[in-house]
Design a protein around this ligand. Structure first.
Ligand code: SF4
Length: 272
């Protein structure tokens, strides 16, 4: 190798070394850049999490607000529907009972009750107060409801007829003037009860006594053979049982009523 060839070889080697050096530095730059990006990503990630948490919190708050609004609207709907129906009943004169009553007795309780108790019609005291099931029979019904784990405010109580059937309609102030409603009176008034049931949509209906049970089930059977067995009305389970007034006359029947109510409680629990 002469001196010229040696210098050419040395130049090539130097160029290769420079290229290698540049390539290495470039790679180093890329690596640093990647590391920097990774670091930046790591720095950014907590912010993303923070934003996500804030968004989730906001969404949860929005969902809660929507739930509250929906519940209020639903509550207003059922309560408003019952109020609208009540106005119709207060002005109703579809049968003669409307001519002599002191007060129409619409019903009382929770518009979204799980259980709806249905009696035959208002008596003397209910007519005077405009409330269903008051007096001694009403007090006993209240005790039964409480024993079941509810209150009068958390169930719904109504009657087949909304006006007081009287033996002598000219004497609304006369005690012991009560009588059961006739089949015709119940037939005329029953659409109001049906509407109440459709609005409230209870999980279980409990009919109290022979009149209300027979009216809804369209049967002539005696209450002693109907009670304790579930049937349905408007596609809702219905449990017939004795009227609280019957329990006052014959306390031995309380045991049967409690057996019936335990079945009702079990079904309500099962339906959630
Ligand atoms: S008993 Fe019923 S149908 Fe008859 S007047 Fe009263 S609300 Fe109307």
């Amino acid at each position: 190798m002469n001196q010229l060839e040696y210098l050419k070889l040395l130049k090539l080697a130097r160029t290769a070394l420079e290229e290698y050096k540049n390539w290495d530095e470039e790679e180093l730059v890329i690596d640093n850049s990647m590391m920097q990006n990774n670091t930046e990503q790591k720095k950014v990630e907590p912010n993303v999490e923070k934003i996500n948490k804030e968004e989730i919190n906001n969404l949860e708050k929005q969902e809660e607000a929507i739930d509250t609004i929906t519940k209020n609207v639903q509550t207003k709907n059922a309560e408003q529907k019952l109020e609208d129906l009540k106005k119709q009943i207060i002005g109703c004169k579809k049968c003669d009972l409307g001519k002599y009553r002191l007060n129409a007795v619409f019903g009382s309780g929770d518009a979204y009750a799980d259980i709806m108790f249905i009696g035959e019609g208002p008596g003397f005291q209910e007519d005077h107060k405009g409330q269903p099931f008051i007096g001694k029979a009403g007090d006993l019904l209240t005790k039964i409801i409480i024993a079941m784990g509810f209150t009068r405010e958390t169930v719904y109580i109504a009657n087949i007829v909304k006006c007081h059937p009287m033996k002598n309609p000219q004497e609304p102030e006369l005690k012991s003037n009560d009588r059961p409603p006739t089949i015709e009176e119940m037939q005329v008034c029953q659409p109001y009860l049906d509407e109440q049931i459709k609005i409230i949509k209870p999980k279980v209906i409990v009919t109290l006594g022979a009149s209300s049970t027979r009216a809804l089930l369209k049967t002539d059977e005696v209450i002693s053979s109907l009670r304790g067995k579930f049937t349905t009305y408007l596609a809702i389970p219905l449990m017939p049982t004795y009227h609280p007034a019957a329990l006052l006359r014959n306390p031995k029947l309380k045991k049967d009523v409690w057996i019936d109510m335990q079945k009702v409680m079990a079904l309500v629990k099962k339906k959630g």
